[in-house]
Ligand binder design. Structure first.
Ligand code: PLP
Length: 339
């Protein structure tokens, strides 16, 4: 068996994926009497199961082949499928670095996979001294690295070391990469057969409602995602929304520029708020802020109809604040100043 086949759940080799009507006949014109659709209407046909148009647009922007792209029903589907592809329930394990995005843990639990949670150090970076014992554990099949990390906002250093040493699959969650000055790891997928880069249309692209997640990896890995995914996992409405956004990339780029400028402005203003104890640097569209008493501040803001994310239970006295519209950010600051 080759390197990748050793990592795949053995039972998957036996599974024959559901072959949909759109799998069996791939042409686009003709009289379609194959899928029991209603012949009337506009949304009456099943969507393209492999989202070819969307992948063509994505491959232009990122200079990767369409075979290196998987589209999920949000990145949450990418995370879930990763467990299903690589981890045998109640046997294999996964690892991540905490505090981080909560879905890795939920998805691990749903799949009955143990998730090892290594604490990040005081700078919210990976503690490499403690990682070695895990990196050589062959029951660990997946490592999730969120970079820029949610909720801390910083980018992770030293990822390349993990990619080189770890013999399982490394998933780099780049949900916030568009707000960062760092390069995406997409450019490195050809170098690392064990790398999956996960991105989303939910943040910078402004399409959280459309549920579009994207995984980039070598075609050998993408093949397995296609094999285990539900046949029509992304609706035509959602595919079209993502295609329109990509065709109008300039508008998104302008929004990103604006959000990054607002982020710096917000940091500047927060520095002048009495109850703020520390503001963490951010490569994302949110800022992690330590207050003298996060619960108090959070509840006060709720009363003012300003909703933030209280992370006190995860990082003492910290609140995660998303960068909003300039007027929304100003309202937040003015409420905090009179508190
Ligand atoms: C918001 C977020 C996502 C997005 O998930 P979707 O299912 O694509 O909406 C993924 N990863 C992280 C770390 C996030 O914060």
């Amino acid at each position: 068996m080759n390197y990748l086949e050793n990592l795949i759940r053995p039972s998957l080799f036996k599974i024959k994926p559901y072959s949909s009507a759109r799998d069996e006949y791939k042409g686009t014109d003709g009289i379609f009497l194959d899928a029991n659709e209603n012949p009337f209407g506009e949304l009456n046909r099943y969507p393209d199961p492999y989202q070819k148009k969307l992948k063509t647009e994505l491959s232009k922007i990122n200079s990767v082949s369409a075979e290196a792209i998987f589209i999920g029903n949000g990145s949450d589907e990418v995370i879930d499928l990763s467990f299903r592809i690589f981890c045998e329930p109640s046997k294999d394990k996964a690892l991540t670095f905490v505090p981080t995005y909560g879905m890795y843990e939920v998805s691990a639990a749903l799949n009955n996979v143990e998730l090892i949670k290594m604490p990040l150090n005081d700078e919210f970076q990976i503690d490499f001294n403690k990682l070695d014992e895990f990196i050589n554990d062959s029951s660990i099949k997946l490592i999730f690295i969120c970079s820029p990390n949610n909720p801390t906002g910083n980018s992770m250093d030293g990822i390349e070391k993990i990619l080189k040493k770890f013999s399982g699959v490394v998933i780099i969650d780049e949900a916030y990469i568009d707000f960062s000055e760092r390069e995406s790891w997409i450019k490195r997928i050809e170098e690392f057969p064990n790398l999956i880069v996960s991105q989303t249309f939910s943040k910078a692209w402004g399409l959280a409602a459309a549920r579009i997640g994207v995984a980039y990896a070598q075609p050998e890995i993408i093949h397995w995602f296609n094999k285990v995914k539900p046949p029509y996992n992304v609706s035509a409405l959602n595919q079209n929304a993502a295609i329109s956004a990509l065709k109008n990339k300039r508008a998104t780029d302008e929004q990103i520029t604006c959000i990054k400028a607002c982020r710096e402005q917000l940091i500047h203003e927060l520095n002048g708020v009495n109850r703020v104890k520390k503001i963490y640097r951010s490569d994302a569209n949110f800022i992690l802020v330590e207050f003298d008493n996060a619960d108090d501040v959070y509840n006060y803001l709720i009363n003012k109809k300003v909703i933030t994310r209280n992370r006190n239970s995860v990082i003492k006295n910290c609140i995660r604040i998303t960068v909003g519209l300039p007027v929304e950010n100003e309202k937040l600051i003015s409420e905090l100043k009179i508190m």
